[in-house]
Design a protein around this ligand. Structure first.
Ligand SMILES: [Zn+2]
Ligand SMILES: [Zn+2]
Length: 729
């Protein structure tokens, strides 16, 4: 017999061959029918997997997963990837399978095949999937040793799987497969009990990809799909996508004159047009004021730093692939750098190639004396690196932190100076892959609303509380009320972390305490912390139900160590400060891009680039309109006047299309009574009001940062799945 502990704490005994399904059956046949998969500890497993392998003396903690558990959706979607692959193999010849993981809201499968998939194939594939689902065949797991696994994959002509077993899975002695009818796939699972559990699915799109992401590897076709337990959920998801399309910030950004990306300036580089720049500067001013109130100090730092600075911080060469290449002041710099890297990559070079390198480098002014004396490869690399250190190299900054660490270090610090909170809207540059770029959301030059707090270990709790409070305030000020916090903690079993055990324990306890006291909706993720410290991320849901990771607060024990930061304590001894990185917006580009979609381009009064449009009835009231414009500007409003000879109805229509919050319609009657026929973009005519009353009302709306524009959620929210997962080995 084995002992199983259910989520309510009760321990039950079951025969040795018990599976989650048999445990469910013992509770009730209704439950058994509803079981999709199960969870033992943190591992999700098949409903028919024997539980005995998990016994280790204490009762096995078992949770049965039904359609209601978010983990089930992931299992359903991955299983749907198998079903889709099976359908594709039935329809097209010579299909070689790569990987079929889940992603947020769906799944994909990568295929290597001669037929080029297009949207016209989707209907056929969906039909084939439907007939597979209708048969409700089970997913059956079996294991093979390495040799048999390779033979089976060869037999099935699955060359990519053979390669994966031989390279990526070289240290696995046994490999798992799943069979579903005639379809067999190398997979670690888990899956739904049978194909009939898929109640709603759709193929979404197809795109190109590469085997294991390697650009020089075989070109694959990635077919995307989505699957749900309920047709209503699928429909709701499709509605959400439709709504998202209407709000696409790339379309609205261009139409409303907010930002541009031009081929001449380059991909991933935002040009902020006057209206977008207005929104950004309003947000920056708002945050700057708040930070000054809360004891932050503004600093500025250059867009470049010496390569050595980032070697000290660890950002170079470790993250080199995602950075712009260094700027070499010496002509031979790039050549010497390239040669040193090739040597370091263990590439073999012929003596002729080395001679060619030396000749070219010497033409450019490289002094080869030390290099030519070096015999081993290591000595040669050292000689090249030494030469580099004697010549200036700069990096366009990928991070602001090293600069701020230098500001801390620039003078002696005492415990009385702490906490020291330095902030900067700092622009950083990352070399994102072209395929990853996405309007303002994924760019190559971005401005972080960055700050670094240097404090003592005892101050961590208070500083964390303040940053959480600031982030909440900032998000709620733009109408983002719906969010939760993810607290990422250490994996207690791992030893990859820097910083003392005592500091980690203290910090994690402090962070947890602050979040508990804050009343915020939060969850903890063990093992998700960076090696240098725990962190908290704000996961925000926008008005159409999409999730965005925005503000972040991150503790850091690593950089103070690397930069040898110190302060003198009350005990007159030298101590290491803790560093906190935090950014409530994240980056201005991404945040504004997200806001455009959240508001569908209709910014609330306090953020609108143009708040009021004055629409004179005819030329006769142009003078009054001009006077009015002056008074609005003096009162601090952003206002324009439509002086075209057009009918007032046309002026109002255009102002509505430009998403301007208020229209001031004025004719001879209004001019005479010093009043405005006020129109609201949302509720229409508000009647004729005296000037002073309008000023008062609109000023109030700006000062209170009122949000009225957000569209209501029109559809029920589909259930959310857990994080994406690969299912492959
Ligand atoms: Zn699978
Ligand atoms: Zn930082």
């Amino acid at each position: 017999m084995i002992e199983i502990q259910l989520p309510d704490g009760t321990v039950v005994s079951h025969p040795d061959d018990a599976t989650p399904l048999s445990v469910a059956n013992a509770i009730g046949s209704r439950l058994a029918k509803a079981v999709i998969a199960a969870q033992v500890g943190t591992v999700v497993i098949d409903a028919n997997r024997p539980l005995k392998s998990f016994s280790n003396g204490s009762p096995i903690p078992l949770r049965l997963l039904t359609e209601r558990d978010p983990e089930s959706l992931d299992v359903l979607r991955h299983s749907s990837a198998h079903i889709m692959a099976r359908a594709v193999m039935r329809l097209f010849p010579e299909v070689s399978l790569a990987f079929g993981p889940t992603i947020s809201n769906g799944f994909y499968y990568d295929f290597h095949m001669p037929h080029k998939l297009t949207e016209e194939d989707f209907g056929k594939i969906e039909q084939e999937m439907a007939s597979i689902i209708a048969k409700s065949e089970p997913f059956e797991q079996f294991s093979l040793d390495r040799n048999q696994a390779v033979l089976l994959c060869q037999d099935m002509k699955q060359e990519l799987k053979v390669e994966h077993i031989q390279s990526g899975l070289a240290n696995h002695s046994e490999l798992g497969f799943y069979r579903q009818g005639e379809f067999v796939d190398l997979c670690r699972g888990p899956h739904i009990p049978d194909a009939g559990r898929v109640k709603a699915f759709k193929i979404m799109s197809v795109a190109g990809s590469h085997w294991k992401g390697n650009m020089s590897g075989p070109q694959l076709q990635r077919l995307y799909g989505t699957a749900w337990f309920d047709k209503k959920d699928l429909q709701s998801h499709l509605d959400q996508l439709e709504e998202a399309k209407k709000r696409d910030h790339r379309v609205l950004g261009k139409k409303l004159g907010l930002y541009q990306i031009t081929p001449d300036v380059g991909q991933g580089m935002c040009l902020w047009m006057p209206k977008g720049a207005r929104v950004r500067s309003l947000l920056e001013d708002f945050l700057r004021r708040e930070m000054l109130k809360r004891g932050y100090e503004p600093v500025y730092s250059p867009h470049l730093g010496r390569v050595e600075l980032y070697e000290t911080s660890g950002h170079f060469p470790y993250y080199r692939d995602s950075q712009f290449p260094p700027l070499f002041v010496h002509d031979a710099g790039a050549l010497v750098d390239a040669w040193a890297r090739r040597l370091g990559e263990d590439q073999d070079f012929s003596p002729q190639q080395e001679t060619m390198f030396l000749q070219a480098a010497e033409v450019l002014g490289f002094d080869a004396a030390v290099y030519t004396k070096a015999e081993s490869k290591e000595a040669k690399i050292a000689a090249l690196n030494e030469w580099q250190r004697n010549h200036e190299r700069f990096l366009v900054k990928p991070m602001n932190c090293p600069h701020h660490a230098q500001i801390f270090k620039a003078q002696p610090r005492s415990y009385r100076d702490l906490p020291l909170r330095l902030f900067e809207f700092g622009t950083v540059y990352r070399y994102e892959q072209t395929g990853e770029l996405n309007g303002m959301l994924r760019v190559r030059g971005l401005t972080q609303d960055d700050a670094h707090i240097f404090c003592t270990a005892d101050q961590v709790e208070e500083e964390f509380r303040n940053t959480i409070e600031l982030t909440r305030f900032v998000l709620e000020s733009v109408g983002l009320q719906d969010y939760r916090v993810q607290l990422s903690l250490r994996d207690p079993k791992s030893d990859k972390y820097v910083g003392s055990e005592e500091n980690w324990q203290k910090a994690e306890a402090a962070l947890r305490k602050v979040l508990e006291e804050s009343g915020l909706n939060f969850n903890t993720a063990e093992g998700e912390a960076a090696f240098y410290g725990p962190k908290a991320d704000f996961m925000v849901r926008d008005c159409i139900g999409r999730h965005w990771q925005l503000g972040t607060v991150q503790l850091d024990y690593n950089l103070p160590e690397r930069f040898q930061l110190e302060y003198t304590g009350a005990d007159n001894k030298s101590h290491r400060p803790v560093m906190i990185h935090r950014a409530p917006f994240g980056s201005m580009e991404r945040f504004v891009g997200m806001l455009i979609e959240h508001f569908a381009g209709a910014f609330p009064m306090w953020l609108a680039p143009e708040q009021i449009r004055i629409c004179p009835l005819s030329e006769k009231t142009n003078d009054y309109a001009g006077e009015l414009e002056k008074r609005f500007i003096e009162a601090g409003f952003r206002v324009t006047t439509d002086l075209r000879g057009a009918k007032v109805q046309a002026k109002i229509r255009d102002a509505q299309l430009d998403l301007i919050p208020y229209m001031a319609v004025v004719g001879p009657k209004e001019a005479e009574t010093r009043s405005i026929a006020l129109r609201d973009r949302i509720s229409g005519e508000l009647g004729t009001k005296p000037l002073e009353e309008v000023f008062e009302m609109l000023s109030q709306e700006v000062a209170s940062r009122q949000i009225r524009q957000v569209a209501e959620r029109k559809f029920t929210e589909p259930p959310a799945a857990t994080e994406t997962s690969s299912h492959e080995y």
